[in-house]
Design a protein around this ligand. Structure first.
Ligand code: ATP
Ligand code: MG
Length: 463
C-alpha cells in the first residue's frame, strides 16, 4: 500500500471519471502541477545545464577534485548540528518530516538536504575517508529550501560544491578561491567580483561577540525583530541583515578584523598574497559573515551586479570545527558552493549561451518496411561517433509521413545530412546521402560499406 494511515486519499483523484462525463479532447484527469519553486528543466534549456556540468567536470579533473555523491535525505539532526540552530535554513527553510516507525517503533526525523557540506562531512567521517590524508571532493546536486520563490531563488535548486578536507594551510583557502575563479574564466563569465573576509578563530570571535552585543544593546531601539531575537543567540548574523533600515547600524558595529590575533591575520595575508600573484582582484568586506555558523578564518563570496538582489552566485569558506561538531575526528576543511540556476541566469544575461546540440544525420524512412535496415545502419554510425536521429511518426497507422514532411523535420533538427532510405536505394543495397546545410551533390553508399559513408560524413569540406 502506498498510502497508509498518515495520509487521507479521499480527495486525491486516482482514477478517471466515467467515460460518459469525459469530453472528447480533454483528459479525464485533472492536471497535476509541479510544486511551487521546483522547476522542470526541458530541452533546449537542459543542454545548457549539460554544457555547464561538462565544464565543471573538466575543471575539477584538472584541479584533482574527485566526485562525491551523498543521499538527498539525511537525519534532521545532521543539519541542526552542522548548520547551527539559529540559522535561516534550520529555523525556517528545511523540508523536514517524521518518517514512519520501523519495527522497533522508532521514527526518524528526516530532512531533504538544504546544502551539501554537512552530508559530505558526515560521509567522510563515517567512512574514515581522511585516514591517509586530506581529500579534494566536488558535487553537482539538487538542494531544497522552503524559501519564497522568486528570480534566482527556488525551493529545489542546484549547487556545484567543492570541499577540500584535511588541509589547514592558507594555500588551500586560496586554491579554493582560484578554483571558482577559474570556472568563471572557463565559462566566460564577466563582471563577477570577489569579496573576502576573515572570521578568525572561536576565541577571537568570542571577544568580538561581547563587544558586538554591548554595541547592539546600546542601540536596542534601532533593532528589528530578527535582530532582537539574534542579539544573544547569534549577534554576528545581525551584520548580515538585509533590512535597509539597519544597514547604517550594522556598518558602524565593531569589526571582527580588529579582534583577530597574529596567527589569523597571517593566514589571511597569505591567502591574499597567493591571489595577488595570479592577478585576481578582490575587496575585503568586513560584513561578510556568511549565513551558516560553521565557518572560521577565510570566508568569501562571488557576486554579480547583473542579478538584482539574488546577486551572490558562490559562497564558501573555511570550516575547521565542523567535522568534529558532527561527531567525526577533528580535521580542518574549506569549501564553497555555487548556485547553478544563478550562474545560468548570468550566462544568459551575458549572451554566453552555447549552440544547442544537433544531430549529424537525420534518417528519412519513407516506408516502415525500411526501418530494420535504417536502424541497423544508424546503430553502426553511432558506434563510430556520429550523432544520428531517426525519423519517427506520431501514429504508425498513418505511415511514416510524406517525403516532404520528413525533409522538413530533417531540416528543423539542425542535422548536417539526410540519409534517405528509399525503396529504390534499398533494393540496390544502398542509402542516399543528401547535404542539408551546403550544396553538395546527392550521393549513394552501399549499406555494407560503413567506412566509406563515414569518411564522406566526416570529410572536412562537409563541415
Ligand atoms: P542567499 O543569501 O542568496 O540566500 P545563501 O547564503 O543562503 O544565499 P549559500 O547557502 O551560501 O547561499 O549557497 C550557495 C549558493 O547557492 C548561493 O550563493 C546561491 O547562488 C545558491 N542558492 C542558495 N539558495 C538558493 C535558492 N533558494 N535558489 C537558488 N539558488 C540558491
Ligand atoms: Mg539563503
Amino acid at each position: 500500500m502506498l498510502f497508509q494511515k498518515e495520509f487521507s486519499v479521499s480527495d486525491i483523484q486516482t482514477s478517471a471519471p466515467a467515460a460518459a462525463t469525459v469530453s472528447k479532447n480533454k483528459s479525464a484527469f485533472k492536471p497535476v502541477h509541479a510544486i511551487r519553486g521546483m522547476n522542470d528543466i526541458l530541452p533546449p534549456e537542459s543542454a545548457l545545464w549539460e554544457w555547464l556540468e561538462e565544464k565543471v567536470r573538466t575543471v575539477m579533473q584538472q584541479w584533482s577534485y574527485r566526485n562525491v555523491r551523498t543521499p538527498v535525505l539525511e537525519h534532521t539532526g545532521l543539519f541542526v548540528r552542522g548548520l547551527g540552530e539559529v540559522t535561516d535554513i534550520v529555523e525556517k527553510e528545511m523540508y523536514s518530516f517524521q518518517d514512519r516507525a520501523d519495527k522497533q517503533g522508532d521514527a526518524d526525523h528526516l530532512s531533504l538536504r538544504p546544502e551539501g557540506t554537512a552530508g559530505v562531512v558526515r560521509a567522510v567521517s563515517e567512512h574514515s575517508y581522511l585516514y591517509d590524508g586530506g581529500k579534494r571532493l566536488y558535487y553537482i546536486a539538487p538542494m531544497f529550501r522552503r524559501e519564497r520563490p522568486q528570480r534566482g531563488r527556488y525551493r529545489q535548486f542546484h549547487q556545484v560544491g567543492a570541499e577540500a578536507l584535511g588541509f589547514a594551510g592558507p594555500e588551500v583557502d586560496a586554491e579554493m578561491i582560484l578554483l571558482a575563479h577559474e570556472l568563471w574564466q572557463q565559462i566566460g563569465l564577466k563582471d563577477v567580483s570577489l569579496q573576502i573576509n576573515s572570521l578568525g578563530q572561536p576565541s577571537e570571535r568570542q571577544r568580538h561577540r561581547e563587544a558586538l552585543v554591548a554595541y547592539f544593546e546600546a542601540h536596542q531601539d534601532q533593532l528589528d525583530e530578527d535582530a532582537k531575537r539574534r542579539l544573544h543567540s547569534n549577534p554576528l548574523r545581525i551584520l548580515d541583515t538585509k533590512n535597509p533600515a539597519m544597514q547604517e547600524l550594522a556598518a558602524q558595529a565593531p569589526k571582527l578584523m580588529d579582534y583577530l590575533g597574529e596567527e589569523s591575520l597571517k593566514h589571511f595575508e597569505q591567502v591574499q598574497a597567493i591571489l595577488r600573484a595570479q592577478g585576481v582582484t578582490w575587496q575585503i568586506n568586513p560584513r561578510l559573515v556568511r549565513g551558516l555558523d560553521y565557518y572560521n578564518l577565510t570566508v568569501f563570496e562571488f557576486v554579480s551586479e547583473a542579478l538584482g538582489s539574488q546577486g551572490t552566485i558562490c559562497g564558501g569558506g573555511r570550516y575547521d570545527y565542523l567535522i568534529e561538531q558532527i561527531g567525526g575526528k577533528a580535521a580542518p576543511a574549506v569549501g564553497w558552493a555555487f548556485g547553478v540556476e544563478r550562474v545560468l541566469e548570468l550566462i544568459k544575461e551575458q549572451d554566453l549561451v552555447p549552440a544547442a546540440p544537433v544531430p549529424d544525420v537525420y534518417a528519412i524512412v519513407p516506408e516502415a518496411t525500411a526501418l530494420p535496415q535504417a536502424m541497423a545502419l544508424l546503430t553502426a554510425l553511432r558506434r563510430q561517433g556520429i550523432k544520428a536521429q531517426l525519423h519517427t511518426s506520431a501514429d504508425s497507422a498513418q505511415g511514416m509521413g510524406s517525403f516532404k514532411s520528413q525533409f522538413k523535420r530533417a531540416d528543423a533538427s539542425g542535422a548536417t545530412w539526410a540519409l534517405v532510405f528509399g525503396g529504390d536505394e534499398l533494393d540496390r543495397g544502398e542509402v542516399a546521402v543528401k547535404a542539408l546545410r551546403h550544396t553538395q551533390a546527392q550521393t549513394s553508399f552501399a549499406l555494407a560499406n560503413v567506412d566509406a559513408l563515414l569518411a564522406h560524413l566526416q570529410a572536412p569540406e562537409a563541415q
